[in-house]
Design a protein around this ligand. Structure first.
Ligand code: ZN
Length: 275
């Protein structure tokens, strides 16, 4: 279980004791490839936010809306963009105290949660500098730190599942980048694929817990969307029978719009090997 936080030891954090979904029932310093091109500088800007844990003013990189173009959406809802992947910059990190969270959850923290972060992260956290443009390794490290913070904050399963899903997307995007660049480093590609599946599995488990226990919408998604997503994640894990049940429910649901039903039909075809 500690593998999912691999790489955070460099930041002074001992992650062996943390379990991702403990409250419910139930290696990544690869060679650094720059994700970005020169034009990326025009897309990013600096935004100032205050850390809700320690009060530090943080300068965080933000992607200008409307500057990147959506090319396509994968079956697990991963959006693909042209010049850069905006969610690479979605984790806000306070380098002073080690508090990190996705942008949408950054301010959502109680005094009690902040005290847990101070004790379990800040006390041993060693900050590091990140360049203006993050590599995939940087992005994944920041997401893992956000995931560890989420575990310590004891947030809902959906929030942790959502972070895991986005980490899986980052591994996949990195792999695609390497293949596009004709990078022959098979070790990194293999390791990325394994990590992607490992995080897909965490996301799948977490969204099932969320589906059973939480009030929707969660992470900006309605219940029917999460049902669809669980179906595709199950398919990616080779659990075809389960996947078929989830997407079949979406296809006949009155809550699903035609677009989502179309996606569900596509996933059903993938399971049957039709496409
Ligand atoms: Zn802070």
């Amino acid at each position: 279980m500690s593998d999912i936080f691999s790489g955070l030891d460099k930041l002074g954090l001992n992650t062996n004791k943390y379990k991702l979904f403990e409250e419910e029932k139930n290696k990544q310093s690869s060679k650094v490839e720059t994700i970005t091109k020169k034009s990326v500088k025009d897309v990013l800007y600096d935004r100032k936010v205050m850390c809700p844990v320690c009060g530090e003013h943080i300068i965080t990189k933000t992607v200008r809306s409307g500057k990147v173009k959506l090319i396509s959406i994968d079956t697990d809802l991963r959006p693909k963009y042209d010049i850069l992947t905006p969610y690479i910059y979605d984790v806000i990190l306070c380098n002073k105290c080690g508090y990190a969270a996705l942008n949408r959850f950054f301010r959502k923290i109680t005094d009690t949660q902040a005290s847990w972060i101070k004790k379990q992260i800040s006390a041993s956290y060693k900050g590091r500098k990140y360049p203006d443009e993050y590599t995939y390794s940087h992005a994944i490290e920041r997401y893992k730190l956000a995931l560890l913070n989420a575990v310590i904050k004891r947030v809902k399963a959906s929030e942790k599942a959502y972070i895991c899903l986005k980490i899986a997307w980052l591994y996949r995007t990195h792999t695609e980048y390497l293949l596009k660049e004709n990078n022959s480093n098979q070790d990194i590609i293999k390791s990325n694929k394994e990590s992607e599946i490992a995080f897909i599995e965490k996301a799948y488990k977490g969204f099932i817990v969320a589906y059973e226990a939480e009030t929707f919408p969660v992470c900006g998604m309605e219940e029917i969307t999460v049902m669809y997503l669980i179906g595709d994640l199950a398919r990616r894990l080779g659990r075809n029978d389960e996947a078929m049940q989830w997407v079949s429910r979406v296809i006949v649901s009155k809550a699903a719009n035609e677009r989502l039903k179309e996606r569900a039909r596509h996933v059903k075809d993938l399971i049957k090997g039709k496409t």
